[in-house]
Design a protein around this ligand. Structure first.
Ligand code: NAP
Length: 335
């Protein structure tokens, strides 16, 4: 198939392009080239989608499928306008499009946020609304029979520069203190839901091949935080102790949640966010999404983290110094 990827220079788009090339497809990526490179065997057309005529170089082709990772409604509206001759459009959306992130087990029929009115998403605060506006533009432009919306959950695996899925296996493999103790939040039942970038990309390519239509939660299996940490410990062959801290203690010591500096990644204390990682992925699995075991993902992520350099600045988690300091203080309050 002749596949046009709007993107292809960042993590997921690059993996989709790589797998599509491996499967013998003719792959063209359109991006500015700021985010990275495209895989060998694909072609890059450098262009800026923020320009009104940014898609002109690819507009006259008869694409079998277009895959778009944008978050900017204006970019997507212009793509729908200019790529009318494409047979099929797959839009990569997000679970953030849903109106509520609290309830557990919701499927694709759950209510969405209102669409962003502006063509430009100025900040990540309006990311979910922007994705809804993008989804609507695609569905209205191509008709629901000729497009697919993949609402993606947290992506993990090798290449996770955000550090959310690398932190725990890396931490367990390389504890900050000599006796191997690792600090974890007290949240055993918290849902986690990670999809391996390689599984997601494989299914997106498959969907383009089959011209699969509809709306799907493209998400991993929901597992408790306890199960997630157990998989990370196994991947890292960790045999030290774990020390648990309550939310109140962690907050009062400036430890953040989910991602970012001085955080404990994937941890979410507010139940209003627990549904974000407990969505139904049944429809996607029934439509061919195959998920590898979490331990395999975390193993590969650990290997990638170690190859990338364990001391490099990371976008999520506690540094060795931060963790060691917190552990010293926490353990002293226990005696
Ligand atoms: N990471 C997660 O856990 C997560 C969770 C849910 C959903 N998602 C969704 O999954 C997808 C991730 O995709 P990704 O990793 O490939 O991409 P990404 O990080 O969202 O990068 C955007 C892509 O679009 C290109 N782009 C941005 N502005 C452009 C412009 N003005 N003109 C032309 N190209 C432009 C970028 O290339 P250049 O900068 O080179 O131009 C890049 O290839 C996104 O749709 C994201 O919203 C991610």
């Amino acid at each position: 198939m002749k596949l046009l990827i709007l993107g292809g220079t960042a993590w997921l788009g690059h993996e989709v392009a790589r797998q599509a090339v491996d499967r013998g497809h003719d792959v063209t990526c359109l991006a500015r080239g700021y985010s990275g490179s495209i895989p060998e065997g694909a072609s890059l057309i450098q262009s800026d989608r923020d320009e009104d005529q940014g898609l002109e170089p690819v507009a006259t082709f008869q694409w079998d499928a277009v895959l778009d990772v944008s978050r900017q409604p204006g970019q997507v509206k212009r793509a729908v306008r200019d790529l009318r001759t494409a047979r099929y459009y797959l839009f990569v959306s997000s679970g953030n499009a849903y109106a509520s992130q609290g309830p557990l087990g919701q499927d694709e029929d759950a209510p969405l946020l209102p669409p962003l009115e502006s063509d430009v998403m100025e900040t990540m605060e309006s990311y979910g609304q922007a994705k809804v506006a993008c989804e609507q533009a695609v569905t209205e432009g191509f008709g629901s029979e000729n497009c697919m919306i993949a609402r993606v959950g947290l992506i993990g695996g090798p290449g996770d520069i955000f550090g959310r899925t690398g932190y725990w296996p890396l931490r367990f493999a390389h504890p900050s203190v000599a006796n191997g103790t690792v600090l974890i939040p007290n949240a055993p039942a918290l849902p986690t839901q990670v999809i391996d970038v390689r599984d997601l990309a494989a299914w997106l390519v498959h969907s383009c091949e089959k011209q699969l239509s509809g709306v799907y939660n493209a998400m991993g299996e929901t597992q408790t935080f306890e199960e997630h940490l157990a998989a990370a410990r196994t991947a890292a062959r960790h045999e030290g102790q774990v020390v648990t801290a309550d939310a109140e203690w962690l907050h009062s010591h400036g430890v953040g949640e989910w991602a970012g500096p001085k955080s404990l990644p994937l941890w979410l204390s507010n139940p209003d966010w627990h549904g974000m990682n407990a969505r139904s992925n049944k429809r996607a699995k029934d439509a061919g999404l195959a998920l590898r075991p979490l331990e395999e993902t975390l193993n590969a992520t650990l290997k990638w983290e170690e190859e990338s350099g364990i001391d490099r600045p990371r976008r999520a988690g506690l540094t060795n110094e931060e963790e060691a300091e917190l552990l010293t203080e926490l353990v002293s309050t226990m005696h």
